[in-house]
Unconditional design. Structure first.
Length: 218
């Protein structure tokens, strides 16, 4: 990520694998810190830094396959010999014993979301839309306030991602906890209409969030 001038956020790697190829393990050397793997748009699994118990393998049809790896920077180590902590895919990617080349890389620093375009969802189609979205996606919603105060945001039906309120990055959430709420200070809010945007990496069971008056830090 640093070689592309990116310090935070996500980075997406794409390449096409020629076929046919028998089922082989996908080896990412060395991912930092968490990678979502897709083959021809189908989610294959998650690879995490330091977790050798999980592996992903797949075969490639005669016409080839499109490989996409979305990597999340989850923060840098700030002590001892690990102070130099580059992010992204720091070495290479192999399918079996063969390294893969000809990558297209997209930076997703999440510093400016103004260019995003959203599809309107009517209430009758909410459940259908949830079923359609099987991978990373941005969601946008609105809420109205008559009395501006500090509050806390709950995302009980969501899995893992990043939240923005009125363009401000509140931080990351993860259903594994322990923290269940994100602090929303009053100066970020305004009377009337407010905007919330969620970058969900996996899937949500309900297109809704909750604002509560007490924190839940686990």
């Amino acid at each position: 990520m640093e070689k592309l001038g990116q310090d935070y956020g996500f980075i997406c790697y794409q390449t096409r694998i020629s076929g046919p190829r028998e089922r082989q393990e996908l080896v990412v050397q060395e991912v930092r810190d968490r990678a979502l793997v897709f083959v021809d748009g189908q989610f294959q699994g998650v690879l995490e830094r330091g977790n050798t118990a999980v592996s992903i393998s797949f075969e490639v049809p005669p016409e080839g396959a499109e490989l996409l790896i979305l990597v999340e920077n989850m923060g840098r180590i700030n002590y001892g010999p690990y102070l130099r902590d580059p992010k992204g895919i720091t070495e290479g990617v192999r399918h079996g014993f063969q390294f893969l080349f000809d990558w297209t890389i997209h930076c997703l620093p999440l510093t400016d979301l103004l260019a995003l375009q959203f599809r309107d969802v009517i209430s009758e189609a909410i459940n259908e839309t949830i079923n359609e979205v099987q991978g990373p996606a941005f969601y946008r919603g609105e809420f109205n306030i008559t009395d501006v105060r500090d509050t806390f945001l709950r995302l009980d039906s969501w899995t893992k991602g990043v939240v923005f309120v009125n363009g401000f990055n509140l931080g990351r959430y993860w259903n594994k906890g322990p923290q269940k709420t994100l602090y929303v200070p009053a100066p970020l809010l305004r009377e009337g209409e407010n905007e919330i945007m969620v970058f969900e990496l996996h899937q949500t069971s309900e297109l809704a969030v909750t604002l509560v008056d007490t924190p839940d830090l686990g």
